[in-house]
Design a protein around this ligand. Structure first.
Ligand SMILES: *[C@@H]1O[C@H](CO)[C@@H](O)[C@H](O)[C@H]1NC(C)=O
Ligand SMILES: *[C@@H]1O[C@H](CO)[C@@H](O)[C@H](O)[C@H]1NC(C)=O
Length: 256
């Protein structure tokens, strides 16, 4: 992550227009999780259904929808549930590009598992033979350098305030997505992004965001940038603007 993050930063700083091109052409893989205890055999109806489901997802992203959930196959044990979630600031073409990459890559990373999830920087794809609420949440975190020791106490306060304020915005938003930014020093700004899958209730979204925020001190204490990925929500903060400041989604009033 640090190298792709710094590549992003440089590109964003000098040519923010090209960042959009970069994210469309080149979605960046973040992490994945396969449920190794649930496997299927090749050339079964389950695999056929899974392939159909994965290949159908990218076209559903073309219409500008950031979230889509579906099921292929009539009944257990061959039916597959699947969904994608694009980051709330992605344009339709970038969302489709990311979902397409993720849907292909999930099959390579988890070649015979009945349940899997893959995260890219701008989208997530997951599928399971079970309903999604049975998936055990998995967390992944990407860290960069530490804040200076003398800044740490204030950093933790500012960060916590920002993460809570972003969560409050997500809960009030229509699409369960929000960004936030706060000045840390006169020259440094802290940027945050939080998102739930839009099918969650406000209460479940809040529960998910709370557990993501609660993970930060354990995983990433004093880190200058972190990402917490859960199946139903994710949060990220950085000292650089890693999201588009003019999201196509209804939540465009995110900078007070
Ligand atoms: C999912 O697959 C596992 C492993 O094959 C099986 O035990 C379980 O019953 C399946 N669940 C459903 C809802 O089909
Ligand atoms: C943050 O810094 C910018 C630029 O220095 C300034 O315009 C803005 O008012 C500051 N925002 C807050 C909330 O202090």
């Amino acid at each position: 992550m640090p190298s792709s993050n710094s590549k992003y930063f440089v590109v964003f700083s000098f040519f923010s227009f090209f960042l959009i091109c970069l994210t469309q052409a080149d979605p960046i893989y973040s992490s994945h999780a396969c449920t190794d205890s649930l496997t299927y055999k090749p050339k079964t109806t389950f695999e056929t259904n899974l392939n159909l489901l994965l290949s159908s997802l990218p076209s559903k992203a073309s219409g500008g929808s950031h979230f889509y959930r579906t099921r292929t196959g009539d009944a257990a044990p061959d039916a597959v549930n699947g969904l994608f979630l694009c980051r709330g600031d992605t344009l339709a073409a970038a969302c489709r590009e990311c979902v397409s990459a993720a849907a292909g890559e999930i099959k390579r990373r988890c070649p015979d598992q009945k349940e899997a999830i893959i995260w890219y920087d701008t989208c997530m794809v997951r599928y399971s033979n079970q309903s999604f609420n049975k998936i055990v949440p998995s967390t992944d975190l990407s860290n960069t350098e530490d804040v200076a020791p003398e800044d740490k106490e204030r950093f933790n306060e500012v960060l916590s305030g920002m993460l809570n304020s972003a969560a409050a915005k997500v809960l009030k938003s229509q699409n369960k997505f929000a960004t936030e930014q706060v000045n840390f020093t006169t020259t440094e700004t802290l940027y945050g992004l939080e998102q739930c899958t839009p099918d969650l209730t406000v209460s479940d979204c809040n529960t998910c965001l709370r557990s993501a925020i609660a993970a930060v001190p354990n995983c990433c204490d004093g880190k200058r940038g972190s990402t917490v990925l859960l199946p139903a929500c994710n949060i990220r903060y950085e000292f650089y603007p890693f999201f588009s400041s003019t999201p196509p989604a209804p939540v465009s009033h995110s900078h007070p």
